[in-house]
Write a protein that binds this ligand. Structure first.
Ligand code: 3HC
Ligand code: NAI
Length: 698
C-alpha cells in the first residue's frame, strides 16, 4: 500500500484517503494507491460502501502535470477510473476545495458525489491545451446533457458546488465544510437505504434524448470566434460529440483517447503547460528567499487621478485596502473619482459586482490635494506625467512627508528608477510598480528593482501583486524595462516595414494571425500614437539618430489614435473597430516619395520574422544584462502584459520551439539587409547556438 493513499474502515464504510500535497495530483503513486485501496475495500467483507476523501486543502486537482511528456507508467488514469466504477460496492466521493480535471473524472467514476458548500468542480484541461482524457468527455454529458458539458469542457471554468448540484454533477450538498463528516454521513445513508451501485457510464437517457441534435455544429460555429487559433476547444467538442455518436461507452472512450493523444503531442499543449508553470515560478525570485520579511500594506496613496492613477487605486479598493488619491486641482480629482465610479457602475451593470459592492469600494477611495495626507501611508504610488523633473520633485517631497518605512513607488513606464530614487534619502524604499493599461484589468505588474532597493521592499512588491490579484514579475532597471523595451523594438520594425511597402493592416493581420489580440498599429491607436511621437522627438532632441516616420506625419495632422477618432486607422462613433483609411495610405505614399523609397512587395513571413525575431534578440540582450533573471520572466511579461498567445508559451519559449539557430541566422541576415542596433546579434543568442542550447536551459 502506498503511503500517499491509505485505507481504513470506519464502521461499515471503507475510507480511502488521498494525501499527496500540495493538491493531491494523480501521480503514479496516487493512481496505484487508489487502485490498491479500492481493491482492499472490495476484499473487506465488513465494508458495505467505500468513500474517497482527500486530506489537505483540496480534493484531487487533476492529473500530475509534471508527469506529462514522460513515458506513462501503468496504471493509466482511465483504467483507474474504470476500476473504481466497476466496483460492486457503492463508492462515494467527498469533495472539498477543487475537484479538477482527472480529479473530477475520479469523482465521476464514483457512484455518488457529495460536496461541501465551498467546493468547486471543473474540467480545466482545455486551459493546458488538452481535453479530459479519463472519461470526462464521456461521463459529464451523461449527467448534464450536451450544452452544459460543452460549455464546461471548452471553457475550463469552475462550477460552484451549489450549481454542480443543480446540474446533477453532485448528488448532495453538505451543510458545512467538514468534508470527512459529510462523506461518512452520506456513505452511511447509502448503506442504510440500500442505494444501488450507480455507474455514470451506464446512464444513457440524456444521450438518447439529444441524439441527432444540431447542438454540436452550432457550438463549433460559436467557437470559431471565441477560440480563434486554439486547437483544444475544437477537439473537446469532437470528444463530447463522440459520447452521442458512438455505439457504446467503450467506443466513445476510445475516441476520447485518440483525441487526447493528438493534443498531448501538440505544440499548443507544450506552450500552455510552460505558461502554467512559468506563472507559478515567476513568484519565486532567484536570490530573494521565500522567508524574506515583507511590510504590511494597510493604507495606500496614489498620486495622479489620470488614466493610470484611477485604475491603480481601484485595485486596492477591490482588495479591501483604503486608498487616497492626490491631484493638483480639485477639478482633476473630481473627474478622476467620477471615472472610477462610472467604471464600477458599468461592472455592476454587467452583473459582475453588486450595487452594494460599488458603494463599498467607493467608500475605500478618497481624494486630497496635499501630500500631507500621505504621512501615515504604508505605500505611495506616483502616476503623474512621464517627466523626470516632475517625478523627482514629487519623490523629494514624499521623502519629507512620508513616515519612515513607507514604500515610495513610481508607475513610470520608461524612466530610470535609480534617478527617481536619488531624489530621496531612502533609495532602499523606492521601487517601480509598473501597471499596464487598463490598470484595473491587465494582470501584469512589472516590479522594477532599483540598484539600492532593499530585499524587503522587493518581496513586499511581489506579495502585494498577489494580494491585488496581479502576476508580479521582478525586473531590472533600464529604459522600458522588459516589456516596453521589447515592444519599442517591434514598433520600430513595424514602422520600417510600412516605410518600405507593407500596409499597416498587413502588419497587423500577421500579428493577429499569430495570435495577438491586436496588431501593432491598432494597439498604438488605442494607447495614443502621440506617446511614441513624443518619445521619438525627445530622442531626436537628445541627439540620437531616430529616422523620420510617416507616423510623425499622422500626429502632426492631429491623428492621435482612438481618442481623436483617427490614427493609423479611422474609427466610427461608439465603435473601436479599426477601419483602414485611404487618407493614411496617401500620407504613407507621400512619405515614401519624400524619402526616395521605392516600395516593394513584403511577404507575411518577412513581417513575422522582423516583428518577432527582433523581440527575441532584444529579449536575449535583456537576459544577458540581467534585466530579467530568467526567460520565463519575459514569457510571463508578454503573456499578461501584451496578450502574447499563451498557447505559444511566450516569446522566449516560442523561440526555443522555432530553433535558436534559425533565429540567429535570420537576425544576421536582417542585420546585413536592414541594419541598425536592434539587429546586432545578442551575444547570448550566439553563445546558446554555439552550445546547442535553448533559453529554457539557462
Ligand atoms: N499537477 C502537478 N502540480 C500541480 C497541479 C497538477 N495538476 N496543480 C497544481 N500543481 C502545483 C503547482 O505547480 C504549485 O506548485 P509549486 O508550489 O511548486 O509552485 C502547487 O501545486 C500549488 O498550486 P497553485 O500555486 O496554483 O495553488 P492555488 O491554490 O492557487 O491553486 C489549483 C490550486 C486551483 C489546483 C491550481 O493549481 C490549478 O488550477 N491547477 C491545475 C488544475 C488542472 O489543470 N487540472 C487538470 C490537469 S490535466 C488532467 O487532469 C488530465 C486528465 O484529464 C487526464
Ligand atoms: P495622465 O496624463 O492620464 O494622468 C496624469 C495625472 O497626473 C493627471 O491627472 C495630472 O493632473 C496628474 N498630476 C500631474 N502632476 C501632479 C502632481 N504634482 N500631483 C498630483 N497629480 C499630478 O497620465 P497616465 O497615462 O495616467 O500616465 C501616468 C504615468 O503612468 C506615466 O508615468 C506613464 O508613463 C505611466 N504609464 C502609463 C500607461 C498608459 O498606458 N497610459 C501605462 C503604464 C504606465
Amino acid at each position: 500500500m502506498s503511503d500517499v493513499v491509505t485505507y481504513n474502515r470506519e464502521g461499515a464504510i471503507g475510507v480511502i484517503t488521498v494525501n499527496y500535497p500540495p493538491v493531491n495530483a494523480l501521480s503514479h503513486a496516487v493512481r496505484t494507491g487508489i487502485q490498491g485501496a479500492i481493491q482492499q475495500g472490495r476484499d473487506d467483507a465488513d465494508a458495505k460502501a467505500l468513500l474517497i476523501v482527500c486530506d489537505g486543502r483540496t480534493f484531487i486537482a487533476g492529473a500530475d502535470i509534471r508527469e506529462f511528456g514522460k513515458p506513462m507508467q501503468e496504471p493509466g488514469l482511465p483504467e483507474v477510473v474504470n476500476f473504481i466504477e466497476a466496483t460492486d460496492k457503492p463508492v462515494v466521493a467527498a469533495i472539498h476545495g477543487t475537484a479538477l480535471g482527472g480529479g473530477l473524472e475520479v469523482a465521476l467514476g464514483c457512484h455518488y458525489r457529495v460536496a461541501v458548500p465551498s467546493a468547486k468542480v471543473g474540467l480545466p484541461e482545455v486551459k493546458l491545451g488538452l481535453l479530459p482524457g479519463a472519461g470526462g468527455t464521456q461521463r459529464l454529458p451523461r449527467l448534464t446533457g450536451a450544452q452544459k458539458a460543452l460549455e464546461m469542457i471548452t471553457s475550463g471554468e469552475f462550477v460552484a458546488a451549489k450549481d454542480a448540484a443543480q446540474l446533477g454533477i453532485v448528488d448532495e450538498l453538505a451543510d458545512n465544510d467538514d468534508v470527512k463528516a459529510a462523506g461518512l454521513a452520506f456513505a452511511q445513508k447509502v448503506v442504510d437505504e440500500g442505494k444501488p451501485v450507480r455507474r455514470v457510464s451506464e446512464q444513457n437517457d440524456k444521450l438518447e434524448a439529444e441524439k441527432g441534435s444540431d447542438v454540436f455544429d452550432k457550438f463549433r460555429e460559436g467557437l470559431k470566434k471565441k477560440a480563434r487559433g486554439l486547437l483544444a476547444p475544437f477537439k473537446c467538442t469532437d470528444a463530447v460529440e463522440a459520447a452521442f455518436t458512438s455505439a457504446s461507452f467503450e467506443e466513445g472512450m476510445k475516441r476520447e483517447r485518440e483525441l487526447f493523444g493528438d493534443l498531448m503531442d501538440s505544440d499548443q499543449r507544450a506552450g500552455l503547460i510552460h505558461a502554467f508553470f512559468a506563472e507559478r515560478e515567476v513568484s519565486k525570485v532567484p536570490g530573494l528567499p521565500k522567508d524574506t520579511p515583507v511590510r504590511e500594506i494597510k493604507t495606500v496613496g496614489v498620486i495622479g487621478a489620470g488614466t493610470m492613477g484611477g485604475g491603480i487605486a481601484m485595485n486596492f479598493a477591490n482588495a479591501g485596502i483604503p486608498v487616497t488619491i492626490a491631484e493638483v486641482k480639485q477639478e482633476a480629482l473630481d473627474k478622476g473619482l467620477s471615472i472610477i465610479r462610472k467604471n464600477y457602475e458599468a461592472t455592476a451593470k454587467k452583473g459582475r459586482i453588486t450595487p452594494e459592492q460599488v458603494e463599498e469600494r467607493m467608500s475605500l477611495i478618497d481624494g486630497t490635494l496635499t501630500y500631507d495626507d500621505f504621512k501615515d501611508k504604508d505605500l505611495v504610488i506616483e502616476a503623474v506625467f512621464e517627466s523626470m523633473d516632475l517625478k523627482k520633485k514629487i519623490f523629494s517631497e514624499l521623502d519629507e512627508k512620508c513616515k519612515p518605512g513607507a514604500i515610495l513607488a513610481s508607475n513610470t513606464s520608461t524612466l530610470d528608477i535609480d534617478e527617481i530614487a536619488s531624489a530621496t534619502k531612502r533609495p532602499e524604499d523606492v521601487i517601480g510598480l509598473h501597471f499596464f493599461s487598463p490598470a484595473n484589468v491587465m494582470k501584469l505588474l512589472e516590479i522594477v528593482r532599483g540598484e539600492k532597493t532593499s530585499d524587503e521592499v522587493k518581496a513586499t512588491g511581489m506579495a502585494l501583486a498577489k494580494k491585488i490579484k496581479k502576476v508580479g514579475v521582478l525586473v531590472g532597471n533600464c529604459n522600458g524595462f522588459v516589456g516596453n523595451r521589447m515592444l519599442h523594438k517591434r514598433g520600430a520594425e513595424a514602422m520600417a516595414l510600412v516605410d518600405h511597402g507593407a500596409s499597416p493592416q498587413q502588419v497587423d493581420k500577421v500579428l493577429t494571425d499569430f495570435g495577438f489580440p491586436m496588431g501593432q498599429f491598432a494597439m498604438g491607436d488605442l494607447a495614443g500614437i502621440d506617446i511614441g511621437h513624443s518619445i521619438r522627438e525627445e530622442r531626436r532632441k537628445a541627439g540620437e539618430d531616430v529616422p523620420p516616420s510617416w507616423m510623425d506625419k499622422l500626429v502632426e495632422k492631429g491623428r492621435l489614435g482612438q481618442k481623436t477618432m483617427a490614427g493609423t486607422y479611422k474609427y466610427e462613433e461608439g465603435n473601436r473597430k479599426p477601419i483602414p483609411d485611404p487618407e493614411v495610405d496617401q500620407i504613407i505614399a507621400d512619405f515614401r516619395k519624400e524619402q526616395g523609397i521605392e516600395p516593394r512587395e513584403i511577404s507575411d513571413q518577412e513581417i513575422l520574422e522582423r516583428c518577432m525575431y527582433v523581440m527575441v534578440n532584444e529579449g536575449a540582450k535583456i537576459l544577458d544584462e540581467g534585466i530579467a533573471d530568467r526567460s520565463l520572466d519575459i514569457d510571463i511579461t508578454w503573456i499578461y502584459g501584451y496578450g502574447f498567445p499563451a498557447y505559444r508559451g511566450g516569446p522566449m519559449f516560442w523561440a526555443d520551439q522555432i530553433g535558436l539557430d534559425k533565429i540567429l541566422d535570420a537576425v544576421k541576415k536582417y542585420h546585413k539587409e536592414v541594419g541598425g542596433k536592434q539587429w546586432e546579434p545578442s551575444p547570448l543568442l550566439e553563445k546558446l547556438v554555439a552550445e546547442n542550447k535553448k533559453f529554457g536551459d539557462l
